[in-house]
Design a protein around this ligand. Structure first.
Ligand code: BGC
Length: 779
């Protein structure tokens, strides 16, 4: 049997397989850090890690609280030892903001601490179906007082500025005094990247009987954040003593009251967040205070109901069902929830590599968005795909400046960013990946073919396409010794282990697509939107000659192919690099990116992540099955999959070429990566691109879906271990359901116009009655 390289999988899933929930059955210090990520909540605007409401007394390094707002970042001078010119000068780092979740409980003076006394019946449950986190436990204090504690936490999707916690306590075996304190802690820090400095400070704060707030300022970026809370306490008696405190950067309220055995008290805490990126700084206090008042008036139950309704609609759009493997079913829902939780939809923010679940990668947005996250939204919630592309449009001016920096024309999008500027100080792993421009152009093309949203193309897309085409036209050259072909030298493809190469195959093919699509768009606008084209030509001073030069570059693009090996060389030098058997690398030295000097890596034929193989997916119609097979056979044994963006691509192509066992094994590594913590780093935040790619594996790998020139193709099969799977797709004006079972596949139109699709190379029409077709045999 062919050998393939993947990290060891855990035999047992960390969380028991359940369809709609993720359950933690015991609180343990050892798993706390991981669970803080797994139980993180988000709503695209903000995120909160799954830290406890109460103070945590565990050992240092086992907890990193995190409250993030998408797009709120701090910045500091990058320190270069030997500074090459034109380097980015400033970092951008997502910041940990005021902790509004803090609630502490005292029973007759004894403070509830989950690591003291005795905890029974503990459960923490992420309710994915309805979008909330619930925790319940019984706690017996060291002196023997027992309470039942139940908490619910949610970040609202219908009002992205709102968070709510319901905290309920029942005295089980005593009558006495309870004290609950609830507030906002503004003295917070980042755990990575900020070099220990305090990046945000509280510039205003107050608390009264009715509410409390803090205003935090990020000096380095001048962003201001307002956080308000309102505590609403329901106790059986009115005799509650309330004390308000302001201590340094913290504001909080203490509620003291007497309880008798079996009495329940409930605290509902409403929190609101706005920043100076949303509106005027001086209005933050007023806005957030009004918001918590309104939320309290609306009430917890209503907010919960709205959340349920929002999620019900979401699942109706995106849910994937797998019969025969509950652990994978669970993972799909977990991934889909995280994609929603982390993705900014305002055109001003985007989806960070770690979502809103951790500080790692500094909260940066990468090409991950277009290539791994956007496809999921495109076929399920195309309006989200649109806003992700609008984010790029809104940062086009900064991309133009970035292009100037490296002396190319047009626009070059940053490899790592929050605010639209390049934030990476390591250009060999970032700016050199020029392909990001083509990845964005490719996504625009995909978006158009799925939505027919020509207005988007004319108003936003075209400008991106023209500016990125300009970039390629100036970036490449006609090289005499290579038949005067248009070559793109000194780049890095997706495989970050090969920077500084000439003619990366992925890059050249994708750049060609970018150039061609820019020309096509220009011609389409000449025909259909002449006025808008005219305006755009004036705006960006576009000359007719440029369009010709794009076409010429595309027509003459150097597209590498080795007749001798019958493979597509990853770049001009790859086939001649030093061979290395990756099985000879000791496990503890992987991932190489974390252990070997770059110079020790670059010389070898070793690949970090799918590169040519990814091209085989994105531009699949340009390559034959034989070529895909040859490329897979050649590159797969050389790939370490040191990036979580890799196994999924191999899985999809393995499916296409009939290597079903590989396809499945690469897939499992993708689907439950964070839940089962295969890479032992989920505590730093989820792997959002990998989550998006699990959906790609199911739909593009197992069901074989491709969108070639606006025509949907399917070649479905059922992985041996499953009984069936099904998903929905939005395409043009239609909504399609695809169910793959042991015997056949059933395509059904759920709404919209009848759709003609290609099933196993045969054209069929799908209508409301549905149509059954035979499954694909191995080619
Ligand atoms: C991968 C990149 C990816 C980044 C963020 C790196 O390890 O090589 O392709 O963009 O992680 O996910």
């Amino acid at each position: 049997m062919r050998k393939f390289h993947m990290k060891k999988l855990n035999s047992e899933p960390y969380y028991k397989p359940e369809p709609w929930t993720i359950t933690e059955e015991a609180f343990k210090v050892e798993t706390n850090h991981h669970n803080e990520t797994i139980f993180a909540l988000g709503n695209g605007y903000m995120g909160v890690r799954g830290t406890l409401e109460e103070d945590y007394s565990g050992p240092e390094g086992t907890s990193t609280p995190g409250i993030y707002i998408n797009g709120v970042y701090g910045s500091e001078q990058i320190l270069y030892d030997e500074e090459p010119p034109q380097q980015p000068q400033k970092t951008q780092t997502i910041l940990n903001l005021g902790d509004w979740t803090m609630i502490n409980l005292h029973l007759d003076g004894e403070k509830f601490d989950i690591l003291q006394g005795e905890v029974d019946d503990y459960q923490r449950v992420l309710n994915m179906k309805e979008g909330r986190l619930e925790r319940s436990l019984s706690w017996t204090s060291p002196s023997g007082k027992k309470v039942r504690i139940e908490t619910t936490r949610l970040l609202s999707f219908t009002d992205q500025h709102l968070g709510v916690i319901k905290y309920s306590v029942i005295a089980l075996n005593f009558s006495g005094t309870i004290k609950i304190s609830s507030g906002i802690e503004g003295n917070v820090k980042n755990y990575y990247h900020i070099r220990g400095k305090k990046a945000v400070k509280v510039i205003d704060r107050n608390i009264s009987r009715d509410n409390g707030y803090i205003i935090q300022k990020v000096d380095s970026t001048d962003i201001t954040v307002g956080i308000s809370i309102k505590n609403q306490l329901e106790t059986p008696s009115d005799a509650v003593e309330i004390n308000n405190f302001i201590k340094e950067e913290k504001v909080y309220q203490e509620f003291n009251f007497d309880v008798t055995e079996d009495q329940e008290i409930v605290l509902c805490k409403y929190a609101s967040f706005y920043t100076s990126l949303d509106g005027k700084e001086k209005e933050l206090k007023g806005k957030t205070l009004t918001a918590v008042k309104d939320a309290a008036q609306k009430g917890y139950r209503q907010i919960l109901a709205e959340q349920q309704e929002y999620l019900a609609n979401y699942w109706d759009d995106v849910d994937v069902q797998i019969e025969g493997d509950l652990a994978l079913q669970q993972a799909f829902r977990y991934n889909a929830l995280n994609l929603l939780q982390s993705t900014g939809i305002d055109g001003r923010t985007n989806a960070a590599a770690k979502g809103l679940t951790g500080e790692f990668y500094e909260g940066h947005y990468f090409w991950d968005t277009e290539t791994y996250i956007l496809p999921f939204f495109l076929y399920n919630k195309p309006e989200v795909a649109r806003s992700l592309l609008i984010y790029r449009y809104n940062n086009l001016d900064k991309a133009r400046k970035n292009a100037e920096r490296v002396r190319v024309d047009g626009a070059l999008f940053p490899w790592r960013t929050i605010n639209g500027e390049e934030a990476s100080s390591y250009y060999m792993g970032s700016t050199i990946q020029f392909h990001i421009d083509a990845d964005i152009a490719y996504s625009i093309k995909q978006y158009l073919s799925v939505t027919k949203d020509d207005d988007f193309l004319y108003d936003f897309g075209a400008e991106i396409l023209f500016e990125t085409a300009r970039m390629w036209a100036s970036r490449g050259s006609y090289i005499e010794l290579l038949d005067n072909k248009f070559c793109i030298n000194e780049v890095c493809g997706p495989d970050e282990y090969k920077p500084g190469v000439n003619n990366n195959c992925y890059t050249n093919y994708m750049a060609k697509l970018n150039l061609e699509f820019a020309v096509e768009t220009y011609k389409k606008m000449e025909r259909e939107a002449a006025d808008k084209l005219k305006q755009l030509i004036e705006k960006i001073s576009l000359a007719e000659e440029e369009i010709k030069s794009w076409q010429k570059a595309a027509d003459n693009m150097y597209l590498p192919f080795s007749e001798e090996l019958a493979v597509h060389p990853q770049d001009d030098s790859f086939l001649k690099k030093d061979p290395l058997d990756i099985d000879s690398i000791p496990d503890q030295e992987l991932p190489l990116v974390a252990n070997w000097h770059p110079l020790a890596i670059w010389r070898y034929q070793i690949i970090k992540q799918a590169d040519v193989i990814m091209l085989m997916l994105l531009l699949g119609e340009q390559f034959s099955i034989e070529q895909k097979k040859a490329n897979y056979d050649y590159y797969e044994p050389k790939t370490t999959h040191d990036s979580s963006l890799s196994p999924s691509m191999y899985s999809i192509i393995a499916s296409e070429i009939g290597y079903r066992e590989d396809a499945y094994n690469y897939f499992i590594q993708t689907a439950r990566l964070d839940l089962d913590d295969y890479n032992e780093n989920a505590y730093k935040g989820v792997h959002l691109a990998c989550m998006g790619s699990a959906w790609m594996v199911l739909v593009q790998g197992f069901a074989g879906m491709r969108n070639y020139q606006g025509q949907l193709h399917f070649k479905p099969y059922l992985p041996e271990k499953w009984d069936s799977y099904q998903f929905k797709i939005k395409f043009k004006d239609s909504r399609l359901r695809v169910k793959v079972s042991t015997e056949d596949v059933y395509y059904q139109l759920l709404s919209g116009e009848e759709l003609s699709i290609i099933h196993n190379k045969k054209e069929i029409t799908v209508d409301g009655d549905g149509i059954r077709e035979k499954l694909r045999k191995i080619d």
